[in-house]
Ligand binder design. Structure first.
Ligand code: GLC
Length: 751
């Protein structure tokens, strides 16, 4: 086939012909590639190896370095960077692409991976949504979809082809420093929200002619390390893996997921990146994933110097390729490439095994349209940070705020005259966003958008007629060194105010930098709250945090508690609008808020999670939420009240191919319009494998005006209460089940 090109007419190869099938193009290209070119496609290197200074934030190409790696080592993928102007990304990607496409024999485009996990995180001016833990609290998958969609909308033109999100690990250990990157502890919630994000990224048609690939990470079981520290050993039974950790990844795969990133840690003594069972038997054979598996950062090297399962890097490469890895995020050297050559030369890795991975990688690049449209464009940069998309982020943030306590008619705060704002997050932008925002560990405060509000400035805007006073950290006397005189002077100052908003929580952290030994709210914050609570002003504790810090001893000292989580660039406005009542809070906790620093229990724990000689006592402890949850999974208050009817069932039993319609009516019995998320749980009374006390199977949001009633239904089939055994096969057991809504239940039989 001949095509006209700017440089005249020349023969093109079948792989360059978009009119033939992807598999034909892959086969044609593969046979034209040398072994070393194929290995290059299996390699991803960090941006610091091709930029001028070797610094992460430097998005300026060093053509000499880039040419060497692409022309001589045929590297097919790069990653990372930090928030720079779109024009800077555009220039960088043009120059990188030109080298790959025009200065190599086969012209295979590079694919660039980047951690845009809650909006285009590494792009100045972008729309930054709440982190995933907040999106889960909305129980509104539209927000997860929008986060993925806007991320693609704002970054696809820049040559960002590969989004390293969503995290589909479960937030089951509140100590874990990546808790906030998850959609919470529940498999069903993570499945619904995660697959919505994947669809938002991968199915965005506005980004044409570009497409992006999402990445489900970190496969799998990464989020439940025994110590709660990042990347440390997890002991998970295959039953736990199949039943709790697999569903969110499975749903994303069923939604067309294109790539998976490995868990850097070990499960039951086997590092995942070297586990043929996890990466091939489970992920490919059982779950049907046929996309690209990429390691996480230096996961292969970790087999040598972290897990000590391989004596040298070449052995580590062999273990990971044998396990099923397609791409090595090496990311800082070429040992993967040389090791692969040696392993092929020794006959330990076959070229057919390499072809298997390279086919997947080339298919990914063809499917993303990289060969037809390898270059970025700069004629749509106005798309970045558009008001309508920032409104989507604000809506998500507003719906993500969870009201945990509200007494003495504290909230909504109607026309307070004098407001005091205190705490480490009172006037911080970066604390509202967490890690992976502008930079890996969160940007410097000055990097955040000028127009972005802090809680202090948002309250000033929300209450234009009030005097809003910011208490800087130094304005609060040290509670442990204060004299009686100083204390009374400070309290006099506070007593002159109507409302105090104490914004507690955490500074940003990411991965292992967020490891902690104590889940309690930092002592300084507890001491300050203790002191402040002695004032006569109403006190609202606002928790700006990536994980649920222990506040049990403090809850009786404050009038109201707002869980703000990490609400993103629009978060302060969302918090202020909840405090003022402009927004009636509707968020529900997607995790069990621990009561004690040393005992965590997810809502879907086992009946045997509490033993007593008196079974009734054990049952009371667990069933009445007297378990270690301070605030149970799914908890969240509103400024109105809702009344639930009994759960009605269309039948008391069903056969294995039958169904039962469950119904419940919800009435707004208060004075405000409000939105309620109705959680439908089931419980299995007896199971050959011990069953959770309850499992979330469906959720639905409903907005009701005062006095209005909605009838909601959930159709239960035996498949919906089936559970996997260790082979992954789902089984349905005859017997008695319950449908549970709030604290009500109704039983049915599968016969
Ligand atoms: C990090 C993270 C992973 C991220 C990758 C690339 O170590 O574990 O989530 O996508 O490296 O930045």
């Amino acid at each position: 086939m001949q095509i006209e090109q700017k440089k005249g007419t020349f023969e093109i190869y079948p792989y360059q012909n978009p009119d033939i099938s992807v598999s034909e193009r892959v086969d044609d290209l593969l046979k034209r590639m040398s072994l070393y070119e194929k290995i290059g496609q299996m390699t991803q290197l960090d941006i610091t190896l091709i930029n001028k200074t070797g610094n992460q934030k430097d998005v300026v190409i060093d053509p000499k370095k880039a040419r060497n790696l692409i022309q001589n080592h045929h590297i097919g993928s790069f990653l990372n960077g930090e928030a720079v102007e779109p024009e800077t990304w555009n220039k960088f990607m043009i120059e990188l692409t030109r080298i790959a496409v025009e200065e190599t024999e086969l012209g295979i485009p590079v694919i660039f991976g980047i951690d845009h996990i809650h909006g285009a995180s590494y792009l100045k001016g972008s729309t930054i949504f709440p982190q995933s833990i907040n999106l889960a609290a909305t129980y509104n998958p539209e927000h997860a979809y929008n986060t993925g969609w806007v991320t693609a909308y704002e970054s696809s033109d820049l040559g960002h082809h590969w989004i390293f999100a969503p995290v589909l690990d479960l937030g089951v250990n509140p100590l874990w420093p990546r808790f906030w990157e998850t959609y919470g502890e529940d498999p069903h919630t993570a499945s619904v929200m995660g697959s919505a994000f994947v669809e938002g990224v991968q199915n965005n048609e506005e980004t044409a002619p570009y497409k992006q690939a999402a990445t489900a990470k970190h496969f799998l079981g990464y989020s439940d390390p025994r110590t709660g520290w990042d990347r440390t050993p997890a002991q998970l039974s295959i039953q736990q893996i199949q039943e709790f950790h697999r569903p969110s990844f499975q749903k994303a795969i069923d939604a067309g997921l294109k790539t998976v990133m490995t868990n850097s840690g070990e499960i039951n003594g086997v590092p995942v990146v070297a586990s043929h069972f996890i990466l091939t038997t489970l992920l490919r054979d059982q779950m049907g994933f046929d996309g690209v598996i990429i390691t996480d950062w230096d996961d292969i090297g970790k087999l040598v110097d972290f897990h000590f399962t391989a004596e040298n890097f070449k052995e580590a490469v062999f273990h990971s390729i044998d396990a099923g890895v397609d791409i090595s995020m090496t990311p800082k050297h070429l040992d993967f490439n040389s090791s692969m050559l040696e392993l092929v030369d020794e006959g330990r890795i076959t070229e057919e095994r390499i072809n298997q991975s390279v086919r997947r990688i080339l298919r990914l690049k063809f499917e993303l349209g990289l060969f037809e449209n390898p270059y970025p464009r700069n004629d749509r940069l106005h798309r970045i940070g558009q008001p309508e998309n920032r409104k989507k982020a604000l809506d998500a943030a507003r719906e993500s705020i969870v009201l945990l306590k509200n007494e003495n008619n504290t909230l909504p705060a109607i026309k307070p005259r004098r407001i005091g704002v205190l705490g480490i997050s009172a006037n911080s932008k970066r604390n509202l966003c967490g890690g992976w925002t502008l930079a890996w560990q969160g940007g410097k405060e000055s990097q955040y958008p000028d127009e972005m509000h802090t809680i202090f400035s948002a309250l000033k805007e929300e209450y234009p007629d009030a005097e809003v006073i910011l208490f800087d950290p130094d304005d609060i006397p040290d509670p442990n060194a204060i004299s009686k005189k100083e204390e009374s002077a400070f309290l006099d100052k506070l007593n002159a105010l109507d409302l105090l908003v104490y914004a507690a929580g955490e500074e940003p952290y990411c991965e292992f930098t967020g490891n902690i030994n104590d889940l309690r709210l930092p002592q300084k914050q507890s001491d300050e709250l203790e002191l402040i609570s002695q004032s006569t002003a109403s006190l609202v504790l606002t928790l700006v945090q990536g994980r649920p810090r222990i506040i049990t001893e403090l809850i009786d000292k404050v009038d109201a508690i707002i869980h703000a989580g990490l609400p993103g660039f629009e978060g302060a406005k969302a918090i202020a609008s909840v405090i003022s009542g402009r927004v009636n809070p509707s968020g529900k906790l997607p995790f069990s808020y621990p009561q004690y620093p040393n005992h965590f229990l997810p809502y879907n724990h086992k009946k045997s999670s509490y033993f007593s000689f008196d079974p009734e006592e054990a049952n009371r402890i667990i069933q009445n939420n007297e378990s270690p949850a301070l605030y149970p999974f799914g908890f969240g208050l509103s400024y109105t009240t809702f009344k639930y009817s009994k759960v009605r069932l269309s039948s008391e039993s069903m056969s294995e191919d039958g169904s039962i319609k469950a119904e419940v009516s919800v009435t707004n019995t208060g004075k405000e319009t409000g939105t309620e998320t109705v959680h439908w749980f089931t419980s299995t009374h007896f199971g050959r494998i011990t069953r959770p006390v309850k499992e979330l199977k469906h959720f639905e949001r409903v907005t009701l005006n005062p006095g209005e009633t909605a009838d909601l239904e959930f159709v239960i089939t035996p498949q919906k209460v089936a559970y996997p055994v260790k082979s992954g096969k789902k089984i349905i057991e005859k017997g008695t089940y319950s449908v549970i809504v709030q604290k009500m239940h109704n039983d049915f039989e599968i016969i």
